[in-house]
Design a protein around this ligand. Structure first.
Ligand code: NDP
Ligand code: GDR
Length: 357
């Protein structure tokens, strides 16, 4: 075993897991990820950083496991001996959590508890200090109690997913206070990228825009267009997760842009980049409505700015643009000639990333 800092991630095959792995590898970590056995490959987002473990240069290792399987979590912990653990694994789709509440709660709430229990025993037995990051969500704020939402805003979850995340949040606080575990809750607002799952509304829209331009799709069916979200760029947000674990004291942080926009505004921009009017392409389908909706989320990231020195680097129009551009590129298309790019500080790097997908 090497002397490199070792990190263990659940949810490594997801959007955030892939960006966080890249970031940790850049920082010199050895990265271990837990993946689920599936009948088709589910490692697309990390294939570009995976090196055969027989190769001496390999620093990314994958282990089969599941948050619903506590015994395996314990075994992996013993094998890997990580100093930092990022719990990103989850059935993370809010609408699906209404269809499949029991599984959602098992993986999100009980999964967090299983991992915390395994860490508690491991730390007690070995004396190795483990730092733990819990992927909390702005969905925990749910029904509006205060605008903008900050660390002290009361939770009012509105879905099985959000209820499970509230449970994970409070267990993380509880293990910090009961067992002196270095455990942090990130309360992250929506963050998106070209790697966002295709059924979340932002990616569903940008993918449809590209497919409509390519003549592969005629309409897009959506639910509630009036809800508002605080949307940031995923790559910025994984940096915040890591920063939380580098502090002297464990704490909880809201990570957000401080701006909110409706689905309609997202549609305006996304279709606007290819000179189309979204009203000609969007149809309503009640299947995409939720039994209870979260109407508006807007976060106050002041604490993260002051204590972590964190701030977002990509604006809302830049985010929409880079997602539309990546989906066009995936179909061999480009943004129309004459389109003026929004100037983002690292937009060139973002384009390279998108092109590499
Ligand atoms: P994704 O849905 O893209 O990824 C979820 C990951 O969890 C995947 O790797 C998935 O594996 C894995 N997973 C699902 N079920 C289990 C299970 N039972 N056991 C182990 N792993 C499992 O999510 P994101 O990357 O967007 O989000 C990362 C985390 O952050 C999640 O916990 C999410 O709830 C939370 N979050 C996300 C926000 C966002 O805007 N993206 C905002 C706030 C919180 P597989 O690939 O096999 O399906
Ligand atoms: P959210 O993201 O529920 O905020 O959870 P999602 O993109 O699914 O929904 C955002 C808003 O868009 C409305 N909407 C639709 N949503 C989807 N998915 N599909 C549609 O067709 C559609 N039409 C309208 C929704 O009603 C909602 O108001 C995401 C996830 O990543 C969570 O895991 C994370 O915790 C939160 O963000 C912060």
């Amino acid at each position: 075993m090497t002397n490199r800092k070792r990190a263990l991630l659940t949810g490594i095959t997801g959007q955030d897991g892939s960006y966080l792995s890249e970031f940790l590898l850049e920082q010199g970590y050895e990265v271990h990820g837990i993946i689920r056995r599936t009948s088709t490959f589910n490692t697309d987002r990390i294939d570009h950083i995976y090196v055969d473990p027989h190769n001496e240069s390999a620093r990314l290792f994958l282990h089969y496991g599941d948050l619903t399987d506590g015994v395996t979590l314990r075994r992996i912990l013993e094998e890997v001996q990580p100093v930092e653990i990022f719990n990103l694994g989850a059935q993370s789709h809010v609408r699906v959590s209404f269809d499949s509440p029991e599984y959602t709660v098992d993986s999100v709430a009980m999964g967090t508890l299983r991992l915390l229990e395994a860490i508690r025993d491991y730390q007690h037995r070995t004396g190795i200090e483990v730092r733990f990051y819990q992927a909390g969500s702005s969905e925990m704020f749910g029904k509006v109690q205060e605008i903008p939402q900050k660390e002290t805003t009361p939770f009012y979850p509105r879905s099985p997913y959000a209820c499970a995340k509230v449970y994970g949040h409070w267990q993380t606080v509880n293990y910090r206070e009961s067992y002196n575990l270095f455990a942090c809750n990130g309360i992250l607002f929506n963050h998106e990228s070209p790697r966002r799952g295709e059924t979340f509304v932002t990616r569903k829209i940008t993918r449809a825009v590209a497919r409509i331009v390519a003549g592969k799709q005629k309409k897009i069916y959506l639910g509630n267009l009036d809800s508002k979200r605080d949307w940031g760029y995923a790559k910025d947000y994984v940096r915040a997760m890591w920063l939380m674990l580098q502090q002297d004291q464990p704490d909880d942080y809201v990570i957000a842009t401080g701006e909110t926009h409706s689905i309609r505004e997202f549609l305006d921009l996304a279709f606007g980049y290819v000179n189309l009017d979204w009203q000609n392409y969007v149809e309503f389908d009640e299947r995409y409505l939720r039994p209870a909706e979260v109407d508006i989320l807007i976060g106050d990231p002041t604490k993260a700015q002051q204590k972590l020195g964190w701030k977002p680097s990509v604006t809302f129009p830049e985010l929409v643009e880079l997602m539309v551009e990546a989906d066009l590129q995936a179909l061999g298309l480009e943004l129309p000639n004459g389109h003026k790019h929004n100037a983002a500080p690292d937009i060139a790097t973002i384009r390279q990333d998108a092109a590499a997908l």
